[in-house]
Design a protein around this ligand. Structure first.
Ligand SMILES: Cc1cc2nc3c(=O)[nH]c(=O)nc-3n(C[C@H](O)[C@H](O)[C@H](O)COP(=O)(O)OP(=O)(O)OC[C@H]3O[C@@H](n4cnc5c(N)ncnc54)[C@H](O)[C@@H]3O)c2cc1C
Length: 468
């Protein structure tokens, strides 16, 4: 049965179609020959699946339960939008750990250069930051998303916002709830791209896990990944330094070390190196109640060298003045005081040792409500090579719903795009359509992609905190 589409409305730049139950008298488009597909979830994975399906010739409707698409993608843009990474493909793929083998075909079919080429097609050049991470020149997601939504509209893709997927009817048809109430609709194919469960207020709340579970689909339990560390700051430190960055620190937990910029938050610390250590911080705090995180504020200076420098101290100078003149920021000095609540040592060697190893008690890691990503998801064993659910023929899965996890560095978005494309192409094949031609995948030096520097002189890593 083909769906009936009625009630076209114009909302901002988006063409929103209201999908009415044919039984309610909506005007039919059954004269059109092309199969009609639903994509659930207007995040990067869903939008890219819809793009692929529409280019293959299907009619596509995206259902999104929020009032506007891609809220998490836009939020990622507030942190600079680290869209992918420039390291070698083999190394890139290895970042997905246990899921690397399963994701490899999708990433190889649509590698980081292809994502950069897609951004260029949408009018957004990308560049490689000093760490190899790739960013759009604007450091934002909104220009990309605007151009992409226009392209989808030109492809005839309809986006029905405020429409939630609530599960499957006994017939296997889709259950949806929109402003006019609940309705059931059958589509020729379906792509589920509902995201993980982190930052639920942006839309992806993980409620799909129980719904797919009810269909007998195995889902690895969803858990927070890439989380901030929870630290009980003193009230004064929190009020003075919340939101302040600490540049180029080296963090250590046990034998693991991660380096980069961190940000002080109300509840602790966030940023790439914290996220990198978050899973082991979680394990340690779950096991022992708390654990410690050591911070080296001057990882490029030896203890001896630092001690020598700090020994040239005028007798009467205060700690704060002395350290500020030695190049330490207010937040760094504050952090040292947090690590030594009894007072900073006057002895140069002891002070140098504290700067190289400021130890903070961690009481836990942020939960799903503030984590960057979600571990767990639909088990790959439940899917065929086109990402179709073996138990639900015609239903494809893409993006963070899948059971993969990766560190920050652009791997999460690359996987959302690559699996979105794979699911869209798989659905097209299932419908007997020729999957779209791959999006242009030019080599770096042929795209006009800018070289390894920031276009506006900003330090690239400073803009990528993943910590909003
Ligand atoms: C603060 C933050 C910063 C980040 N920064 C980066 C970064 O710089 N680089 C990077 O690689 N990754 C980053 N990420 C991760 C990245 O944004 C996600 O991995 C990516 O958005 C996942 O894409 P997705 O399409 O699978 O899911 P989502 O983007 O979560 O989209 C899923 C969509 O489905 C909709 N939906 C859910 N349930 C229903 C339902 N029942 N009915 C209808 N619609 C529904 C949701 O509203 C949502 O729009 C960041 C994440 C956060 C939280």
């Amino acid at each position: 049965m083909r769906a009936a589409i009625a009630g076209v409305a114009q909302t901002r730049n988006l063409r929103i179609l209201r999908i009415d139950n044919a039984a309610q008298g909506g005007s039919s488009i059954s004269d059109a020959e092309a199969p009609i597909c639903a994509v659930i979830g207007a995040g990067p994975a869903g939008l890219f699946a819809a793009d692929a399906l529409a280019r293959a010739g299907a009619r596509v409707v995206i259902y999104e339960h929020k009032a506007s698409p891609a809220r998490k993608f836009l939020m990622a843009g507030r942190g600079g939008l680290n869209i992918t990474h420039s390291e070698s493909l083999e190394r890139f793929i290895s970042r997905y750990g246990a899921a690397a083998e399963r994701l490899a075909p999708f990433i190889r079919a649509w590698p980081p250069q292809a994502l950069r080429g897609f951004c260029a097609e949408l009018g957004e050049t990308t560049f490689v930051g000093s760490s190899g991470r790739v960013f759009p020149a604007s450091f934002k997601a909104s220009p990309l998303l605007r151009a992409w939504l226009k392209r989808l509209s030109r492809l005839g893709v309809a986006i029905a916002t405020r429409h939630a997927f609530t599960g499957f009817a006994e017939s296997g048809a889709l259950r949806l709830i929109g402003p006019e109430g609940e309705f059931i609709r059958k589509f020729d194919a379906l792509v589920l791209a509902l995201g993980g469960a982190s930052w639920p207020r942006l839309g992806s709340d993980g409620a799909w896990a129980a719904r797919l579970g009810a269909q007998g689909v195995r889902v690895t339990p969803l858990a927070a990944a890439n989380s901030g560390a929870l630290i009980e700051w003193t009230a004064i430190f929190r009020s003075d330094f919340e939101g302040e960055p600490i540049k180029t620190a080296s963090l250590r937990h046990g034998a693991s070390v991660a380096r980069g910029d961190v940000v002080v938050t109300r509840g602790g610390l966030e940023g790439g190196p914290v996220y990198a250590l978050s899973s082991q911080l979680r394990v340690a705090t779950q096991k022992y109640g708390d654990t410690t995180l050591s911070i080296d504020l001057r990882p490029d200076t030896t203890l001896e060298c630092l001690a020598r420098k700090l020994s040239r101290r005028p007798q009467k100078q205060s700690h704060a003045n002395f350290l500020r003149k030695a190049g330490f920021s207010k937040v760094e000095i504050g952090l040292l005081r947090e690590a030594r609540r009894g007072g900073l040592p006057r002895d140069a060697e002891m002070l140098a040792a504290l700067i190289k190893n400021a130890t903070l008690p961690v009481i836990g890691v942020a939960g799903l409500e503030r984590a960057i990503s979600t571990a767990g998801g639909v088990c790959f064993e439940e899917l065929d090579d086109d990402l179709m659910l073996k138990k639900l023929p015609g239903v494809f899965v893409a993006g963070e719903m899948l059971d993969y996890d990766a560190p920050t560095g652009g791997y999460l978005l690359q996987a959302a795009f690559a699996t979105g494309l794979a699911a869209g192409r798989g659905a097209a094949r299932y419908l007997g359509l020729s999957p779209d031609q791959p999006v242009a995948c030019p080599e770096h030096d042929q795209t006009g992609l800018s070289p390894r520097h920031s276009p506006n002189g900003r330090a690239p890593e400073a803009s990528n905190k993943y910590s909003l």
